[in-house]
Each structure stands twice: as C-alpha cells, then as structure tokens.
Design a protein around this ligand. Structure first.
Ligand SMILES: C[S@@+](CC[C@H](N)C(=O)[O-])C[C@H]1O[C@@H](n2cnc3c(N)ncnc32)[C@H](O)[C@@H]1O
Length: 258
C-alpha cells in the first residue's frame, strides 16, 4: 500500500537525520537513502541465487543493510546481519585510535548511532522487514554455536578493513553449512597474472589494512578449507559521484567435502 504524504514526510525526516549513509537504497514512494554506493547497480556481478527461499544467510559487515534486505527480498527464510557495535570497534591503528579518543562522548554516541546503528534499522522498518536480524560483534567472534550455520555467508567489501582477514575467513568458514557457500567481495589489487599478491595499505581511507589480488584471495580461501572457487568476477565499483572507484573482485567459495 502506498504511503500517505505524512508517512513519506516522516520517513524522509528520519532518513535526513542521519549524517552518513553508506548505501543508496530505494525505500519506495520516491524516498532514497543518500548513501555513497548504489549497490543495486552491481548485483549481477555477485551471482546471488535469484531465489533464496529456504536459506539462512549471514551478511558480515552489513553496514546500512542493502545486501541483508536484498537477501530477504529474494526470499531467504532468515538473514543475520553482522556489524561492529561501534565505530571505535574497528581495527584502528594506535595513531587513529588516539584521534578517536579525542571525541566527546556525545559526538561518539551520535556517530555510532548514525554510522553503525540507525540506518540499518530505518531501512528495515521502511521496507517492512520481518526476517532480518542484526547481531553486533566483530567478524573474529563469529561462532556457529551461537549463530548456527548458514547456506550463504556473504562478506562484501569488508575484509580490507580487518587486520587479520585470514582469521576472519576462518570464522566465516566455521559458519558455512557443509553444502553452503561463502560469497566474498574485496577491493582488490588487480594483476594481469596469477601471482598471489597482498598489498599493505594501512591507514588509507579510514580503516584499511590489506588489499589482495584475486589470485591471493583464491589462495587464502583454499588454505581456509574451501576447495572450489567459482563465479569469479571483477568489476569497478564507483560511488554515486563517479569520482571514487575501487577495482573489486567477487567470488564464491565452496567448503571442502570429504
Ligand atoms: C565498506 S563497508 C561494506 C558494506 C557492505 N557489506 C557492502 O558490501 O556494501 C564495510 C562494513 O564492514 C564493517 N566492518 C569493518 N570491520 C569489521 C569487523 N571486524 N567485523 C565486522 N564488521 C566489520 C564496517 O563497519 C562496515 O559496515
């Protein structure tokens, strides 16, 4: 049912109150979140199943929720979005952490609500979501004993932000069902050969540590007990201004079956 003009105005106000949006998401009735990345334009590169009916899906590093709600739209029975509990919880360098410590408690709370918490909630309410829940924890804490296991574990553009992406992949592997799959995208160092290269980019563009080449991510996935890599795709992710671009690698990794 279309929203009334009053409901549209209320939604627009809630969206506008948030200073920083990551995803540009269509909320219907002409309302769009003013995020940097319109991921709907790039969905084809991810090769997600058209129907996710019957699936449990884990979205690690869900941010303002574009992918988590897209998985629900595709019919997933249950989607769990993982996000850090606060901006401070990122793997900052000591120098960056010292800068963050200078924030007043009020500014810290506002930034945490804006960047980490409220956007995802507003999008879910606006889309009438019922099968997406969020768990605040770092990738390192993923535990199948707590979360169960998943048909699809997805990590989009987040492994560059963790100091130990290999441990992160091991934790995601632990949450894959034996017949499940990990779908992962990274901002990649592109090479025109098969060298497994990782580039240290510490302190670049907020919290970034490592960029891997596609061959490097494949090799890491293989070390982490995935034995088939498929749907390998590269594309250039651009923000809505077209000024920022990231070469991006996406692949699906299937757990080793004995
Ligand atoms: C660049 S955004 C990508 C958002 C979304 N996955 C996408 O592909 O459009 C990375 C997200 O990962 C989250 N993140 C960073 N480090 C994390 C960690 N150690 N554990 C869980 N999430 C983390 C960030 O807070 C942010 O929301």
């Amino acid at each position: 049912m279309p929203r009334t003009p009053e409901q549209i105005a209320t939604l627009q106000k809630r969206v506008a109150e948030i200073e920083s949006w990551y995803h540009r998401i269509d909320l219907g009735d002409g309302v769009e979140t003013p995020g940097h990345f319109r991921m709907a334009d790039y969905l084809d590169y991810y090769n997600f199943p058209a129907s996710m009916q019957g699936m449990r899906v884990l979205d690690v590093g869900a941010s303002t929720g574009f992918f988590a709600y897209e998985f629900e739209r595709r019919g997933a029975d249950e989607v769990v979005g993982i996000e850090l509990p606060s901006w401070e919880a990122h793997d900052w360098t000591p120098r960056q952490r010292a800068e963050l410590d200078k924030k007043t408690p009020d500014k810290r709370d506002k930034d945490n609500r804006d960047v980490m918490i409220d956007g995802f909630t507003i999008v879910g309410e606006a889309l009438g979501s019922t099968r997406v829940k969020r768990v605040f924890q770092p990738i390192y804490a993923l535990d199948p004993a707590e979360l169960g296991t998943f048909d699809i574990v997805f990590s989009g553009a987040m492994l560059m932000h963790v100091r130990d992406p290999i441990l992160g992949i091991q934790r995601m592997r632990a949450c894959c069902k034996p017949e499940g799959r990990l779908i992962v995208s990274i901002a990649a160092v592109m090479t025109d050969d098969d060298r497994a290269l990782a580039k240290f980019v510490g302190e670049w563009n907020q919290c970034n540590w490592w960029q891997m080449s596609p061959a490097c991510l494949d090799a890491v996935l293989t070390c982490c007990d995935f034995d088939r890599i498929e749907n390998r795709t590269t594309y250039t992710l651009k923000d809505v201004t077209g000024q920022f671009e990231d070469p991006t690698y996406v692949c699906h990794a299937l757990p080793r079956r004995d």
